[in-house]
Design a protein around this ligand. Structure first.
Ligand code: SAM
Length: 210
């Protein structure tokens, strides 16, 4: 039986009254997530720092009351920790694979967040909906990510893509595509807590004043 990892001190600061709920999600990932093959055995000890705190590093970039789509959510990252931390958000979890969407539906029910979090088993490019904020993490290289996510953005909406250190190079390489889509990119460094590891986010919004 796998032991759930010990949370770092900053996790309690970041999640406050929602700490108990996010701890239950970590337990679900470390047990059912592992059994179902959604989390690798070596990921279990890195769940808090590498997955949970990394997921919520972009939280301050999302306006109060936003509708949010998380595209390609896998086992629930970043959308589930974000929805737990921010009860003001309505969050759709977009994931085409049956096994993963079944896992997500069960997790959302177990965590008691189903009134504001919906699992949608669909490929992003087949979804007809629009959101204030589209988030994604480890989804695809920037050109494909834009192809999948741009139409899900409302007129003044934004895309927030959690990316690795090559983010600035990816943005530079995609300059022509971004201009064609009327998207302006900023590369931001964010962290969940002053003592957390920094994370890079590519923020894409309209290049036209609204
Ligand atoms: C590498 S995983 C990342 C999962 C999660 N975001 C994370 O950070 O752990 C990419 C996910 O994108 C999903 N995916 C692939 N193509 C997709 C598409 N066209 N639309 C939506 N999701 C897609 C895959 O099924 C997979 O769950």
């Amino acid at each position: 039986m796998t032991e759930a990892p010990t949370p770092p001190a900053e996790a309690e600061d970041v999640f406050g009254v929602e700490f108990e709920t996010v701890s239950r999600y970590v337990d679900i990932l470390a047990t059912r997530g592992l059994e179902w093959g959604l989390i690798g055995p070596r990921e279990v000890e890195r769940l808090w720092e590498h997955h949970i705190l990394n997921s919520v590093a972009l939280v301050d970039l999302i306006a109060n009351g936003s509708s949010v789509a998380d595209v390609g959510i896998g086992a629930g990252l970043p959308g589930i920790p974000l929805a737990i931390l921010r009860p003001d958000l309505r969050v759709d979890l977009i994931e085409p694979l049956l096994r993963r969407s079944n896992f997500l539906t069960q997790a959302v029910d177990d965590l008691g967040i189903s009134s504001r979090v919906t699992v949608r088993r669909v490929r992003a490019e087949d979804l007809r909906a629009s959101y204030d904020v589209v988030v994604c993490r480890a989804l695809a290289p920037l050109p494909r990510l834009v192809q999948w996510c741009a139409s899900l953005r409302s007129r003044d909406g934004i895309i927030l893509a959690l990316k690795g250190r090559s983010a600035a190079d990816e943005v530079a390489a995609a300059a022509t595509l971004l201009a064609r889509q009327h998207l302006r990119a900023s590369v931001l460094t964010v962290r969940a807590h002053p003592s957390s590891e920094p994370t890079t986010v590519v923020r894409l919004g309209s290049d036209r004043a609204s």
